[in-house]
Design a protein around this ligand. Structure first.
Ligand SMILES: *[C@@H]1O[C@H](CO)[C@@H](O)[C@H](O)[C@H]1NC(C)=O
Ligand SMILES: *[C@@H]1O[C@H](CO)[C@@H](O)[C@H](O)[C@H]1NC(C)=O
Ligand SMILES: *[C@@H]1O[C@H](CO)[C@@H](O)[C@H](O)[C@H]1NC(C)=O
Ligand SMILES: *[C@@H]1O[C@H](CO)[C@@H](O)[C@H](O)[C@H]1NC(C)=O
Ligand SMILES: *[C@@H]1O[C@H](CO)[C@@H](O)[C@H](O)[C@H]1NC(C)=O
Ligand SMILES: *[C@@H]1O[C@H](CO)[C@@H](O)[C@H](O)[C@H]1NC(C)=O
Ligand SMILES: *[C@@H]1O[C@H](CO)[C@@H](O)[C@H](O)[C@H]1NC(C)=O
Ligand SMILES: *[C@@H]1O[C@H](CO)[C@@H](O)[C@H](O)[C@H]1NC(C)=O
Ligand SMILES: *[C@@H]1O[C@H](CO)[C@@H](O)[C@H](O)[C@H]1NC(C)=O
Ligand SMILES: *[C@@H]1O[C@H](CO)[C@@H](O)[C@H](O)[C@H]1NC(C)=O
Length: 736
């Protein structure tokens, strides 16, 4: 008899199991030793009867040599290298090996035969991994394979004539022979043939061997022939095991004896014989033979589990990859993500469509809104009346421009296009219908005034005078109507006489011409327009000069139309300091005489080339008109006059203008001459200047009027012009 336990050192041939740590905690029954000599012992195996499922799985741990164990009842003992629950296999160290050695003295063989009987146990030799191998140069070994029903006789012969013929790693009959074993084998015995006694090869091959080994772990070596090293080799055999001797279906009928205890376990028929095995379901790991032994695998612990744009979600027994936005699970495969092209395209298309829709809606609403607003303003400003009139009056020369046209012409009211700005508004230069125009945007307009705008436009548009800036059109689609005038290139009179070119000489006759032309224009407004138009803001800044320095009175658009219903128009006047009629300041009643007063100041500016208001001067000298009146009184007009025109020859003309200016600046509006009279007087003065010989004639006239031949001053005979003698003498004194 062999000893029950062979003391062999434990082999740690198993690879360090990653599951070792996780399994150990749930791998045995409570309170049981979970390993021996570093080898884990999972249930149904166990050390001691109370820790194993049955006595078939009861192992002994040899503590004296740190980890020798064996199914306790076997006739032979094995050292178990590792146990696999899922495969239902144990790997044991292959021992002993049968040998057959020739003794040259006795001429006999020293024989060690081998037999292992596993019948009646849940164990059998694995027919896939194990092979029956014979090694030697003159060896024939027989084998008896027996399973539960049958027994088979097999054999393998190995021969060679010299060690040179041997090939390492090759087990094909030369020095090494191997054969399969039948399925379900649970009894094996082998023996040697006497006729292959090794006497012929004794000198180089002392022994022949027969063994059952795990093929994968064995590799033939020439040394095994020439030496006895093979005996010391640690070779392994794989033994299958199963639970019971029935199939799963049968076993499952008895719940209490069914070994697959874990909820997430499955039962498998044993592939090597009767009985069944338990496994954990896919997605679970652990010990299926224990309740709660199969534990869910956290697949997401492996960070690369999901294809990159996905987020891993562990599920019981499974996992799912939720894909990032724009990705989706590939073909119902919850574990892989792929680009969701359809969605992406859809989203892109959607975004584009939405933005178009949004833009479209916005533009539409904006347009509708704008056109509503435009229409409101258009109506408010009396646009319809105006339009009707224009239609019924062909060749009218007046246009109602759209807001869009104006915005285009001014490049959306670009500051670069501003040519002037003042209290009333801003004037832009622009091009409309290939014509350079001045576009005036008023700052504000009175509500009641605004209602009459269309009507006023109609009247203003009919004004056609060579010395009046032509109103070309208007735009009513805005809150404050915009006026479009012809563009006058040479700027304002104010700039001409007070501007940077001040050093340049402006002749008296030019000044007279400008004065007369301006007066003509105003007289036209007062007497020829129907209804009469009061300018309301006569000043040098509103007198423009065109390319030929022809005078063009402008800005009467902001003026007041004379109307029988005065209350209607009286509220809106925008005079300018220095020009404003003092009477108007008291009565708030704008009259034609207010324009006359303002024109008087213009005349003074032409004579003196001094601003209407000198803000740096002391209070009493600030206004040009008061300085002038003071100078007249003190007969110091000479000091006030512009040096350029102070020629002795022209004194008569200058005096006449000064006299006229004084009349215009009369504090009482009634006593001022009308604009028509002023224009006529200026015309007369110009004629004197141009044709001094005509002086006689006028002198005669004057004599008739004043009864004095000695006076230099020339005053036209008019019914409205009454100059008392004293004043005439005063003027004469100035003239001298
Ligand atoms: C066989 O196993 C023993 C004990 O584990 C060891 O010392 C020896 O090196 C092994 N031999 C081979 C060839 O692996
Ligand atoms: C096994 O358990 C039984 C009762 O369950 C007990 O009587 C017996 O002593 C135990 N045996 C060992 C070796 O622990
Ligand atoms: C038998 O073996 C012995 C020692 O092993 C050796 O000395 C002797 O020569 C051998 N005899 C023959 C016939 O080979
Ligand atoms: C060994 O075998 C040979 C033939 O192969 C035979 O002649 C011889 O007698 C045998 N020796 C023994 C001891 O059996
Ligand atoms: C033969 O067997 C015996 C006992 O089993 C042993 O003592 C002896 O060493 C063996 N001889 C050879 C050559 O193996
Ligand atoms: C094989 O061994 C078994 C068990 O010892 C035996 O019953 C059977 O007859 C043997 N078969 C042969 C062919 O030797
Ligand atoms: C199956 O095993 C039971 C005991 O575990 C035994 O009584 C029965 O005879 C066995 N059946 C077969 C066909 O081996
Ligand atoms: C079920 O198994 C238990 C224990 O293994 C046994 O006591 C019982 O008799 C079995 N029942 C049936 C119906 O086989
Ligand atoms: C196993 O499943 C049963 C029924 O499905 C349930 O009652 C029991 O709680 C489960 N056990 C565990 C540990 O989940
Ligand atoms: C086990 O074997 C039986 C009989 O061959 C068969 O009906 C059953 O489906 C098998 N079960 C499994 C899980 O393979």
């Amino acid at each position: 008899m062999r000893p029950m336990v062979l003391i062999i050192q434990l082999l740690l041939l198993i690879s360090p199991s990653k599951s070792k740590a996780t399994i150990s905690s749930v791998n045995t029954l409570p309170g049981c030793q979970d390993s021996c000599g570093g080898v884990p012992i999972p249930y149904p195996f166990g050390i001691g009867r109370n820790c194993s499922m049955s006595e078939d799985f009861e192992l002994r741990c040899d503590t004296t040599s740190n980890g020798i164990f064996t199914p306790h009842y076997l006739p032979d003992s094995f050292m178990i290298m590792d146990i696999s629950l899922s495969l239902g296999q144990v790997r044991v160290i292959d021992d002993p090996i049968s040998y057959w050695c020739y003794n040259n003295k006795t001429k006999k063989n020293n024989v060690s035969n081998w037999e292992l009987d596993l019948r009646g146990t849940p164990y059998r030799f694995d027919h896939v991994k194990n092979k029956f191998v014979v090694i030697g140069c003159d060896t024939l070994a027989y084998v008896n394979f027996t399973d539960n029903q049958n027994s088979y006789l097999g054999g393998c012969v190995s021969g060679c004539y010299s060690p040179e013929s041997l090939i390492d790693g090759s087990c094909s009959g030369i020095g090494c022979c191997q054969t399969y074993i039948p399925k379900g084998t649970n009894y094996i015995s082998f023996w040697f043939d006497d006729n292959f006694n090794g006497s012929e090869v004794y000198n180089f091959n002392p022994c022949g061997y027969a063994m059952l080994i795990e093929e994968e772990r064995f590799k033939f070596n020439k040394e095994y022939i020439t030496t006895n090293k093979l005996v010391d080799k640690n070779m392994s055999v794989v033994i299958d095991w199963a639970i019971g001797n029935t199939t799963c279906d049968v076993a499952r009928t008895n719940k209490s004896s069914f070994a697959c205890k874990s909820n997430n376990s499955i039962c498998l028929n044993s592939s090597s014989g009767p009985g069944y095995l338990c496994n954990c379901e896919n997605g679970y790991q652990g010990n299926p033979y224990l309740e709660e032994g199969c534990r869910d695998i956290d697949e997401c612990a492996n960070q690369n589990q999901c294809f990159k744009p996905g987020k891993c979600h562990n599920l019981p027994g499974s996992y799912r990859c939720s894909c990032s936005f724009g990705w989706h699970n590939k073909n119902n495969n919850l574990r892989e993500c792929e680009l969701n092209l359809a969605l992406l395209i859809g989203i892109c298309a959607g975004v584009v469509a939405l933005s178009f829709l949004g833009l479209g809606t916005y533009v539409m609403l904006e347009r509708r809104n704008l056109s509503k607003v435009k229409e409101k303003y258009f109506q408010q400003h009396g646009g319809w009346i105006l339009l009707e009139k224009i239609k019924s009056n062909q060749g009218f020369g007046f246009t109602i421009f759209t807001r869009q046209q104006i915005e285009q012409a001014t490049k959306n009211f670009d500051n670069a296009n501003i040519i002037g700005s003042g209290g009333q508004g801003t004037v832009y230069k622009g091009t409309l219908r290939d014509q350079i125009v001045a576009i005036k945007k008023c700052k504000m307009v009175n509500e009641s005034k605004s209602k009459e705008f269309g009507k006023e436009m109609l009247i203003l548009s009919q004004i056609n005078h060579k010395n009046i800036v032509k109103l070309l059109g208007c735009c009513l689609e805005v809150e404050i109507p915009i006026l479009i005038y012809e563009f006058i290139p040479n700027g304002t009179l104010s700039h001409y006489i007070h501007g940077k070119r001040q050093g340049s000489c402006i002749s008296l006759s030019t000044r007279l011409r400008i004065a007369q032309e301006s007066a003509e224009a105003l007289a036209y407004l007062h007497f020829s327009a129907s209804p009469p138009i009061f300018h309301g803001d006569v000043k040098t800044a509103n007198i423009l000069l065109d390319q030929n320095y022809t005078t063009k009175v402008s800005d009467f658009g902001a003026s007041i139309l004379a109307s029988t219903d005065e209350a209607q128009f009286v509220t809106f006047v925008q005079g300018t300091r220095g020009y404003l009629d003092p009477e108007y300041m008291q009565s708030c009643q704008l009259t034609d005489k207010s324009d006359v007063y303002s024109f008087g100041v213009v005349l003074l500016e032409l004579l003196t080339r001094k601003p209407a208001i000198d803000v740096h001067a002391p209070e009493e000298k600030r206004s040009l008109s008061s300085r002038f009146l003071l100078a007249m009184k003190e007969k110091k007009l000479q000091e006030l006059l512009d040096d350029e025109i102070k020629h002795e020859d022209d004194m008569e003309v200058i005096t006449a203008v000064a006299k006229l200016a004084k009349e215009c600046l009369n504090m009482k509006g009634e006593e001022r001459p009308t604009m028509k009279e002023v224009a006529e007087e200026l015309d007369r003065i110009r004629k004197i200047k141009q044709h001094p010989w005509g002086q006689e004639y006028y002198s005669k006239e004057r004599e008739i009027l004043l009864g004095e031949a000695s006076h230099d001053i020339v005053i036209e005979h008019t019914s409205y012009f009454s100059i008392d003698k004293g004043e005439a003498e005063e003027s004469l004194a100035v003239g001298r």
